[in-house]
Design a protein around this ligand. Structure first.
Ligand SMILES: Nc1ncnc2c1ncn2[C@@H]1O[C@H](COP(=O)(O)OP(=O)(O)OP(=O)(O)O)[C@@H](O)[C@H]1O
Ligand SMILES: [Mg+2]
Length: 256
């Protein structure tokens, strides 16, 4: 079942076209890696999917919420208001994890996880706490509920941040280089949580420089260059026999 669709999406920052005619779709339960050089537009694409950025033209559907700016559809006076209403609905369906600094420093692990369920979803506190404890166990951090973020390693912080996103029951998780700020020995514990979530059927899109993870854990790999999707394929296709010479040149950088 298709859960996300992006069609002919274009975005500029002033004169600079950062995303060019982006087309792709994601089925429920897939784990998709987005790879490409610094500045090619990966973060901007995630931010458009999560409606943290607007786009200039094209189409976005997340679950059953659509934002349609195809065929230069004229924005009426309600255009911005309409976007914001839909954007809020989309943000509720999508969890997003950044490189670092995802947690509120002055709240405990438990308070970090339960804040949004209690305040935004109006869950009773007891229920939110029960769910948070289950999520903490899921990310391998049973017993950490009363710690503060400064008492956690980078890998533990990222796992709490994943638990915090999951507490809102997202339909899709987006990750922007979730392990690139971590010491190498901590990378695996975060990636393993994503692999476990994949087994449970969570839909996930990850921007990553962890090529081995992209190669072994994802269903599909998206290669971007200069604001364009150059190629989408299975990891085997992208890493072993890409169609486009630009993909070939990029993945060659990661081979001995
Ligand atoms: N708010 C902004 N205003 C103007 N230009 C921006 C803005 N955000 C990003 N850009 C530019 O858009 C381009 C794409 O940026 P983006 O952050 O999406 O790249 P990226 O692929 O995530 O790079 P990296 O791998 O370094 O994180 C870059 O040239 C960047 O300078
Ligand atoms: Mg980025």
């Amino acid at each position: 079942m298709e859960i996300l669709k992006v069609e002919a999406l274009n975005k500029r920052f002033g004169e600079y076209q950062v995303l060019k005619n982006i087309n792709f779709s994601v089925n429920k339960g897939e784990l998709i890696s987005i790879i490409g050089r610094s500045g090619c537009g990966k973060t901007t694409l995630l931010r458009c999917i999560n409606c943290l950025e607007t786009f200039d033209s094209g189409y976005l559907r997340v679950s059953d919420i659509e934002i349609d700016k195809r065929n230069g559809q004229k924005q009426n006076n309600n255009g911005n208001q309409d976007f914001e209403t839909k954007a809020q609905k989309i943000r509720r369906k999508v969890g997003m994890l950044f490189q670092s600094l995802n947690l509120f420093p002055h709240l405990t692990v438990l308070e970090n996880i339960t804040l949004a369920p209690i305040v935004v979803k109006k869950e009773p506190k007891e229920k939110a706490i029960q769910e948070a404890l289950i999520l903490l166990e899921k990310v391998g951090l049973k017993g950490y509920e009363n710690r503060y973020p400064y008492q956690l390693s980078g890998g533990q912080s990222q796992r709490v941040a994943i638990a915090r996103s999951l507490a809102m029951n997202p339909e899709i998780m987006l990750y922007d280089e979730p392990t690139s700020a971590l010491d190498p020995e901590l990378v695996g514990e975060v990636l393993n949580v994503m692999i476990d979530l994949h087994k449970e059927g969570m839909t996930q899109i990850v921007v990553t420089h962890a090529m081995n993870f992209a190669k072994t854990a994802s269903n599909l790999v998206v290669y971007m260059e200069s604001g364009e999707i150059i190629e989408i394929g299975t990891p085997q296709k992208i890493f072993e026999s890409p169609n486009d010479p630009r993909t070939e040149a990029y993945v060659r950088l990661f081979k001995e």
